[in-house]
Write a protein that binds this ligand. Structure first.
Ligand code: SF4
Length: 452
């Protein structure tokens, strides 16, 4: 009999969370790889706000900005680490109510194994709770955990997640190791990224589609784990990217296409994608929420993005301090930032379409630096967006903080969550300082948006 696999996107457990176009892209590729081997796959995405059973039982999701919106949330008990550090926030579970998740699981009692993915390391309680519920419903079926948390903290995941097998890594390696563990045959095409597409047919509603045209990043920012997760930098053929976009729009009438690449603008691939979108007259909205490299936005790139109907452009600015820009990886300078933003403005992008990420609470950062960066955005006529620093295990920055004695390497990853860190970490900004910065930035944003 054909092997059957259940794929699960776990709950998020955090003090806050928002569906800013989150999709388990890796899991959707795993689904394609398994189907390519002739196996059957089924998906439960606990974070799918548009799931028909969810909307029927609990009401339609409230959507705001281009189909983004709030997840359904459930209050849960704070874990011991939050109590110990006296964190004055409450942990919540975001996604399907437990009852709905259990109901869905009961339909898959005859699967051969369950693959669970993971994202942020500080969301690990959501992963272990998801696995506990799967175990309670599906008994002794093997549960495999992969994804970012499993890759960055495999030992932690082995100890606390409750999975039978933790399979770290990216690409086809974690699936290969998982199939070996399960003693199931299967050859994975090493060219999977060029030949396969994520299995969006597993969803009932596909108004939002997240894609990536590349894996990896050639930059080496000290606070980022993105470049470490992938070996090298790989880009797809522009034709195949646009073929996929065209096919999903025809099939699902998708309204929002999101590029989630870490390094989208490198080389000519993206320009060629844009030219094809324009040439084929593809009509939809495009978004870039991942902090693109402003240094690569020349006049032609900006004009092509405008013509192709890009609606959200998030730039990676991070800090206005030249020393800190250099020390954290040198991906941007003020002159590159000014030039890139001017090209976007000249191409006709409005203030509310372009934002820049500014990091707050970076080690060795002065408060003044954050305010200067906000002012720089205002001066250039774009929106500032504060991104609070999280030390990510395995990054250069994390290791440096451990070496300085500023962090314990075995700390519960939840305490490193950017919304929790300022409440206890004595080497960074206080929670009050971070809140003041955010209020100031929001005030500036509102002025711009009200003027619109
Ligand atoms: S450029 Fe972006 S993805 Fe690349 S290493 Fe820096 S922060 Fe990470």
């Amino acid at each position: 009999m054909k092997k059957r696999f259940l794929l699960v996107n776990p709950w998020i457990e955090d003090v806050s969370a928002y569906d800013y176009w989150l999709k388990p892209l890796g899991l959707l590729y795993i689904s394609s790889m398994l189907e390519n081997m002739g196996y059957d796959t089924f998906l439960i995405d606990n974070l799918d706000r548009f799931d028909p059973e969810m909307t029927e039982k609990y009401g339609s999701p409230k959507t705001s900005y281009y189909s983004t919106g709030k997840f359904k949330k459930t209050n849960i008990r704070n874990p011991q680490c939050m109590k110990e550090y006296k964190i004055p926030r409450s942990l919540k579970r975001y996604g399907f109510p437990e009852e709905l998740f259990r109901e869905k699981l009961r339909r898959y009692k005859n699967v051969d194994a369950i693959f669970v993915t993971s994202m942020m390391t500080y969301w690990h309680y959501g992963v272990s709770d998801t696995i506990r519920v799967i175990r309670e419903e599906l008994g002794d079926k093997k549960i495999i955990l992969g994804g970012v948390y499993a890759t960055l903290l495999p030992d932690h995941a082995k100890r606390y997640s409750g999975a039978d097998f933790v399979s770290p890594g990216t690409g086809c390696l974690p699936l290969k190791n998982a199939l070996n563990y399960l003693q199931i045959d299967g050859e994975i095409d090493p060219q999977w990224f060029h030949k396969m597409e994520p299995s969006y047919e597993k969803y009932s509603s596909n108004r939002v589609i997240v894609i990536t045209s590349s894996t990896g990043c050639p930059f080496r920012c000290v606070y980022c784990s993105g470049w470490k997760l992938w070996e090298g930098f790989t880009q797809k053929n522009p034709e195949s990217v646009v073929d996929f976009i065209q096919s999903i729009i025809e099939k699902y009438n998708s309204q929002e296409i999101i590029f989630f690449d870490d390094a989208l603008l490198i080389g000519n691939v993206f320009k060629n994608i844009l030219k094809l979108i324009i040439k084929r007259k593809i009509k939809t909205r495009f978004h870039l929420p991942n902090g693109i490299h402003v240094r690569f936005i020349d006049k032609e790139m900006a004009e092509l993005m405008k013509e192709a109907n890009f609606k959200t452009i998030m730039l990676g600015y991070e800090t206005s301090d030249p020393e800190l820009q250099k020390a954290t990886g040198g991906k941007v300078t003020d002159s590159l930032f000014i030039r890139g933003v001017s090209n976007l403005k000249d191409a006709g992008f409005k203030t509310d379409e372009v934002s820049a990420y500014i990091m707050a609470n970076l080690p060795d950062q002065r408060e003044k630096d954050v305010y200067n960066a906000i002012e720089k955005c205002v001066e250039l006529g774009i929106l500032p967006k504060i991104n609070e620093f999280t030390p990510i295990p395995g990054t250069e920055q994390f290791n440096d903080l451990v070496n300085r004695g500023w962090l314990n390497k075995d700390i519960d990853p939840l305490l490193l969550d950017n919304s929790i860190l300022p409440y206890w970490w004595e080497y960074g900004f206080s929670a009050e300082t971070v809140q003041n910065i955010k209020n100031y930035s929001n005030k500036k944003r509102r002025v711009f948006l009200d003027e619109k």
